[in-house]
Ligand binder design. Sequence first.
Ligand code: NDP
Ligand code: 13P
Length: 327
Amino acid sequence: MSAYKVTVLGGGAWGTALALAMLRAGHAVTLWARDSESVDAIRAGTNPRYLPGITFETGIAATTDLAQALAGTDCVLVVTPAQALRSVLTDVKPHIAEHVPLVLCAKGIERDTGRLLSDISSAILPDNPVAALSGPSFATDVSRGLPTAVVVASEDEALASALATRFSAANLRCYSSDDLIGVEIGGALKNVFAIAAGAVTGAGLGASAQAALVTRGFVELRRIGAAFGARPETLMGLSGLGDLMLTCSSVQSRNFAYGVALGKGEELAGRPLAEGVATSYIAARLTRERGIEAPIIEAVAALLDNAITINEAVAGLMTRPLRAEAD
Ligand SMILES: NC(=O)C1=CN([C@@H]2O[C@H](COP(=O)(O)OP(=O)(O)OC[C@H]3O[C@@H](n4cnc5c(N)ncnc54)[C@H](OP(=O)(O)O)[C@@H]3O)[C@@H](O)[C@H]2O)C=CC1
Ligand SMILES: O=C(CO)COP(=O)(O)O
């Protein structure tokens, strides 16, 4: 029987880590990246630009040729940033066979349109079934082969379950879900709350403030999830609460680290990818338009816009009208 062929699009931290995870699950893996230096390094078992200090096994067939990467593939993992998804899938379109599933691994909402990534995929490639892979999973941990659990979601329950079985290996446990929207919303918004949690840490506001912020952030996630049709139990799961806990508590998270720099008043330009920046603006717009109360998201968007200071953000959150916690 010929090997199951997985194509990974993106040679950054998460693309490389997922390519390794697929290799370790026994699949034939091709990784596409636009940068030839990354491609050469990945072939040789390193990715110094995105996974510095980590060496890994060879065996990933990395290439800069998109058509070659997609030829004869059984499944495509799309692991480029959320804001690049539309252009990447447009480039993919001429080279992909119908019915090959696309597994979206970025965490974000398109800034210009407010579209979820699965919506963008279905609009550009309507004949390719769509799934998302999300959950608490740092690329460094996964590439080192540390135990990790994620969720693979698709509205097609059988597809989600089949992919989760394919992707699981000794140290990668994949749960399946048919709540695609719930998984996408949790993964996108936890990055905004991670920036807020990082800002609280960076400004030295204390562990109590941090816990309050994350808990109230989760309330906002539940409100937004309900408005989008996400199931509450999905938001309580790996891709929601699980990833919120991870990302809001570790400087390994680029979003949290971005927030720390923000809270300390440090330079923000030139930092590694923090998806929560773009997502905070669009999430603030969407919640305003839909009349959903989301003061933490509003505060993050205003802070990033330099419209308020961190002290004003804190004062704004602390002096809101008092209310019952469950409201
Ligand atoms: N890192 C992590 O631990 C995890 C990340 N994720 C998510 O995965 C997604 C990707 O993150 P990650 O890999 O860490 O990011 P990185 O910044 O490490 O890498 C991004 C990759 O995408 C490529 N890229 C950027 N823009 C484009 C574009 N317009 N067209 C084609 N390729 C592009 C980059 O190429 P180039 O080098 O040429 O710029 C690079 O290979 C994000 O949404 C993130 O939230 C999810 C779970 C864990
Ligand atoms: O999504 C992640 C972990 O689950 C990675 O978080 P960062 O993008 O903040 O590093």
